[in-house]
Design a protein around this ligand. Structure first.
Ligand SMILES: [Zn+2]
Length: 412
C-alpha cells in the first residue's frame, strides 16, 4: 500500500501532536477577530470573513510586509485582557479539537501592553487563564482521567522584539522609547529585551505562570542575535529555556550565534541552515564545510528546529516546490525537528495541515515518523520537572503506538 494511502486524514487527526512554534497574535479565529473588533470599536478593512481573506489574511502573500500586515489588527484587539483570555482559550480548544496534546504559545507581551493599566502581569495572567481553563476542561474528560489517553499541557513563550520603534508598535513601546531619549534606538531595543527577561523570570517565580522560554522575534536582517546576549544571559542564569527565530531571513551564522551566544535550546525556522548564499560573514571561507559542520553539530547536540512549512512557503515566494524545503536535508541528516504552524490565522493552517504537507512530500517510514512526532514531546519546554516531562512523553508515545497499530502505520 502506498504511504499516502496509509497516512489518512483520520490517522493524522488521531495521533498525538504538538505545536512548539505558535504565535498567539497570528492565530485568532477569524470569526472571533471580527466579533471582538466590533465589540472593541476597532476598525477593520472588512467585517466579513470573505472580505478579510481577500484583503488581509490571504492564501499567498507577495512579501513579508504583506504577511505581517494582519498583526496590526490582531495586536490591537488583543490589547484587552478579556479578549486576550478568550483568544488564548479558543486557541487551546482549536488545538485540542485536532488532536494536539501539547502547545507552546508565544507572543510579545510588550506589544500587548498599553503602558498604563495593562501591565506585563495582566497580559501574562490573561493568557494563562485562557489556556488553563481549556487544559482543565480537557483533562477532566473520562478518557484522560482514567489514563486511556494522555492529557493536554501547555507552556508560554515570551518573545522579545528584535526591532521596535517610536511609533506604530504598541503604546508601551512608544512610551519606552520616549523615556529613553539619550539612548540610541538599538540601545533602547536591547534594554527592552532585558526588561522583558527580568519581568518574565519574576512573574514565573512570583505568580507561578508557566512561562517556559524566551524568544527573539521580528525582523531578523540587521538585528543579529548577539545584540541580545545580555537578555539571554539573564534568562540562562535563571534556568529558563531559550529559543530564537534564526535562519528565517538570515543565514547559518545567525544560527551559530543563537546557539553559542544565546544558548538556544531550539531554533525557530532554521530555514536557511544549508544555504551557503546566505552566509555574509567574510571570515567563513569554505561555506559548504561550514554548513555541513554546523548541521552536524546541531544534530549531535539535539538542538531542535521548529519547522513551519506553510509559513516558509508564504514568506519565501521563491520556494514553489515544498519538496525543496530544507526539511528534506534535516531529515537526511537526522536533525531533530518538529512541525509547527507559526500562525494559524495568518498562514491559514493547522497542525494537521502541516503534517499532511510533510507526510505527502517527504520520505518518512514508521521509525522516522515516530521520531519526529516524539521530538515535539521530548524537546519541548514542559513546565514541570524533567522526570514529569519524561513520564508525559512516554505516555504520549505509548498512545501513539496504539494509534499507529490501529491504522496499520506500524507495518511501514
Ligand atoms: Zn515565528
Amino acid at each position: 500500500m502506498s504511504k499516502k494511502v496509509i497516512y489518512t486524514d483520520d490517522f493524522i487527526r488521531e495521533f498525538p501532536k504538538s505545536d512548539l512554534h505558535l504565535h498567539l497574535d497570528g492565530s485568532l479565529r477569524l470569526s472571533t477577530l471580527i466579533d471582538l473588533a466590533k465589540q472593541g470599536g476597532i476598525s477593520l478593512p472588512s467585517y466579513t470573513e470573505e472580505g478579510l481573506k481577500e484583503l488581509v489574511f490571504k492564501e499567498h502573500y507577495s512579501d513579508l510586509g504583506e504577511y505581517l500586515h494582519g498583526f496590526m489588527y490582531t495586536c490591537e484587539i488583543l490589547r484587552n485582557p478579556e479578549f486576550l483570555e478568550q483568544c488564548a482559550y479558543e486557541l487551546a480548544i482549536d488545538n485540542q479539537n485536532e488532536g494536539v496534546r501539547y502547545i507552546e504559545v508565544r507572543f510579545a507581551p510588550q506589544l500587548l501592553m498599553d503602558g498604563e493599566s495593562i501591565t506585563m502581569e495582566v497580559v501574562l495572567d490573561a493568557v494563562n487563564n485562557g489556556l488553563k481553563k481549556a487544559q482543565k476542561e480537557f483533562n477532566n474528560r473520562p478518557e484522560v482521567m482514567n489514563k486511556e489517553e494522555p492529557g493536554f499541557h501547555y507552556g508560554i513563550i515570551a518573545c522579545a522584539m528584535r526591532m521596535f520603534g517610536k511609533s506604530s508598535f504598541s503604546p508601551y513601546y512608544t512610551k519606552f522609547f520616549s523615556m529613553h531619549r539619550f539612548s540610541t534606538p538599538m540601545e533602547v531595543i536591547k534594554l527592552g529585551a532585558l526588561e522583558l527577561a527580568k519581568s518574565v523570570i519574576a512573574i514565573r517565580d512570583d505568580m507561578g505562570i508557566p512561562i517556559v522560554s524566551f524568544d527573539l522575534a521580528g525582523q531578523e536582517a540587521g538585528y543579529p542575535p548577539s545584540d541580545f546576549k545580555e537578555a539571554y544571559d539573564y534568562i540562562h542564569k535563571n534556568f529558563m529555556h531559550k529559543t530564537v527565530h534564526a535562519g528565517e531571513a538570515y543565514g547559518a551564522e545567525s544560527i551559530f550565534q543563537s546557539i553559542t551566544e544565546l544558548h538556544a535550546d531550539r531554533l525557530g525556522h532554521g530555514y536557511f541552515l544549508f544555504d551557503t548564499d546566505k552566509i555574509c560573514d567574510t571570515e567563513i571561507v569554505d561555506k559548504d564545510r561550514y554548513v555541513n559542520d554546523l548541521s552536524s553539530y546541531i544534530a549531535d547536540k539535539r538542538i531542535t528546529i521548529e519547522v513551519c512549512l506553510t509559513s516558509n512557503m508564504q514568506t519565501n515566494p521563491e520556494l514553489t516546490d515544498i519538496t525543496q524545503h530544507s526539511f528534506k536535508k534535516m531529515l537526511d541528516r537526522r536533525v531533530a525537528a518538529t512541525f509547527c504552524t507559526d500562525n494559524r490565522l495568518i498562514s491559514n493552517t493547522t497542525v494537521s495541515k502541516e503534517w499532511r504537507l510533510a507526510l505527502d512530500n517527504f520520505d518518512f517510514n514508521n521509525k522516522t515518523l515516530k521520531d519526529y512526532i516524539a521530538y515535539g514531546f521530548k524537546k519541548n519546554f514542559y513546565p514541570g520537572s524533567y522526570v514529569e516531562k519524561r513520564e508525559y512523553a512516554r505516555d504520549v508515545m505509548r498512545y501513539y503506538d496504539k494509534i499507529a497499530k490501529k491504522y496499520g502505520v506500524d507495518k511501514i
